[in-house]
Ligand binder design. Structure first.
Ligand SMILES: C[S@@+](CC[C@H](N)C(=O)[O-])C[C@H]1O[C@@H](n2cnc3c(N)ncnc32)[C@H](O)[C@@H]1O
Length: 260
């Protein structure tokens, strides 16, 4: 997805992003923040801050945190959520080329964002310049562990033109770790985070689909096929549901942290 498309998708998703009652982005953001070991005197920046999944846990500890996001609506809503907190600034900007001072930050985080960068190594090198010596950079990314969630999500592919998924540096732990080392970081560590995400029903699942980056796929499916795609997804979801009607999926996330 090019930068304008990413901005558009997340601008439209912003009002419901991380607000449909699904515990997904916030546990990831909290774990990433814990992994970069924030201190009360730290100055931090959270790139691609969205609705604040990592930004607000950082703000709970650090002296000051700046959140940057490409999507104006994300910025507007997160800035409103931050009102009353004296140590949070939220600005609109491109994380690939952030307009921020060099060697100024103790912490740089990017939770579920780095894979949107057109040139991840160039972006990572830029992010490393923001850090003071000894500063920590942490990113989270998806671990592609096949599970039931993939089956349900794969339904949309049947309604889209075939596309070969390009190989990505974010496919494996070692290539992500190497990316951070190539950007100039040392002592790079990788941690896995797994937790259950529970959907109450199909309606909530559908709202979740439209509230995040998955929205992009739905926006490309001709409207006349939406009902059929949704029904097929609902049937799969129901086949995985527990006796209580809820469907639980395991979320698998990778946290990669390095030191300058
Ligand atoms: C999957 S969301 C993650 C949001 C938040 N970090 C979280 O964990 O909930 C990706 C976010 O990155 C933002 N984003 C994508 N590309 C960006 C870029 N080049 N610069 C700044 N933000 C970007 C999107 O607008 C969106 O808010």
């Amino acid at each position: 997805m090019d930068v304008d498309k990413v901005a558009g998708v997340f601008d439209r998703a912003a009002p419901t992003y991380d607000r449909v009652g699904i515990d997904f982005f916030q546990p990831v953001g909290r774990a990433l923040v814990a992994a970069v070991r924030p201190q009360p005197t730290d100055v931090a920046v959270d790139l691609g801050c969205g609705r604040g999944a990592a930004l607000f846990p950082l703000a709970d500890t650090v002296h000051h945190v700046t959140g940057i996001d490409l999507a104006p609506k994300m910025v507007e809503l997160t800035r409103a959520d931050a009102a009353g907190r004296g140590n949070v600034t939220v600005v609109q900007g491109d994380a690939a080329t952030p307009d921020l001072p060099s060697a100024h930050f103790d912490i740089v985080t990017a939770s579920l964002v780095a894979f949107f960068m057109p040139d991840p190594l160039a972006a990572m090198r830029r992010w490393v310049t923001l850090l003071r010596p000894g500063g920590r950079l942490g990113i989270s990314s998806f671990r592609d562990v096949p599970n039931r969630m993939h089956d349900v999500m794969a339904v949309v592919q049947d309604y889209l033109p075939p596309r070969r998924a390009p190989k990505s540096v974010f496919d494996a732990d070692d290539t992500v770790a190497q990316l951070l080392r190539d950007a100039g970081l040392r002592e790079v560590t990788t941690t896995h985070l797994s937790f259950d995400t529970t959907f109450e029903d199909e309606e909530q699942f559908h709202r979740y689909e439209w509230s995040n980056g998955r929205r992009e796929a739905w926006e490309h499916i001709p409207v006349e096929w939406h009902a059929e795609a949704r029904t097929r997804m609902a049937e799969l979801l129901a086949s995985y549901a527990d006796a209580d009607g809820r469907t639980r999926f395991e979320a698998n996330i990778r946290l990669t942290v390095g030191i300058k």
